[in-house]
Write a protein that binds this ligand. Structure first.
Ligand code: B4P
Length: 189
């Protein structure tokens, strides 16, 4: 169970839980959002392109995101597994990921979906804005990100459910409580 995806709405705690999981499982977390933010802070061409979309609460185009993930999944540190955080986010990205992994002769074993409530998420993200000052954490942009999530990402859980690899985990409660629930899912595999 070393090839995992963590799904959830903006602010559901994907990045938070992925960081903890990566330590306990000894596999790299691949966060597309974090990779874009690093590129933005380093002023790369990719960062300039991504910033335009992220600042509006929109997704970075699939072809750019897919190419980034493909390169990352070809790094040798993913040989023993990986945890994808924030990818895939569209049905097109699901297909792209399938292709990338098929070429490599591997597939996703497990998908964890953090189930949350929109109002709690807006509160969490506004609090994160005070701490981290992310450009996409203003209330209007958060609401737009939630809409985009419902339109484009929510349908992904059905896809993985039909494949029999989706596990829904309650994402409300403390960070430790949520982590314990994820660990319980992993132990049950
Ligand atoms: P991401 O970086 O993935 O960010 P996110 O969805 O906002 O946050 P996440 O769910 O990881 O929440 P976190 O743990 O930080 O994406 C940012 C943007 O990048 C996207 O909007 C998009 O534009 C672009 N992008 C990324 N991937 C893409 C893709 N595949 N395709 C196209 N575009 C893409 O938690 C949020 C806050 O809550 C934190 O402050 C945390 O401390 C707090 N928190 C977490 N768990 C908590 C808990 N249990 N209780 C209380 N607070 C909690």
């Amino acid at each position: 169970m070393n090839r995992m995806i963590i799904l959830g709405a903006p602010g559901a705690g994907k990045g938070t839980q992925a960081t903890i999981l990566t330590e306990s499982l000894g596999i790299p977390a691949i966060s597309t959002g974090a990779i874009f933010r690093t590129n933005i802070s380093e002023g790369t061409e990719l960062g300039t392109i991504a910033k335009g979309y992220m600042d509006r609460g929109e997704f970075v185009p699939d072809d750019i995101t897919d190419a980034l993930v493909k390169n990352r999944l070809n790094e040798p540190d993913t040989d023993n597994g990986f945890l994808l955080d924030g990818y895939p986010r569209t049905l097109q990205q699901v297909g792209a990921l399938d292709e990338i992994l098929l070429e490599q002769g591997r597939e996703v074993d497990l998908v964890v979906e953090l189930v949350t409530e929109p109002e709690v998420l807006v509160e969490r993200l506004l609090k994160r804005a005070e701490i981290e000052g992310r450009a996409d954490d203003t209330e209007d942009i958060i609401r737009r990100r939630m809409e985009v999530y419902v339109e484009q990402t929510k349908p992904l859980s059905r896809v993985y459910e039909q494949r029999g690899i989706l596990h829904r985990v309650d994402g409300l409660g403390s960070v430790d409580e949520v982590q314990e629930r994820i660990q319980a899912v992993l132990k049950a595999q």
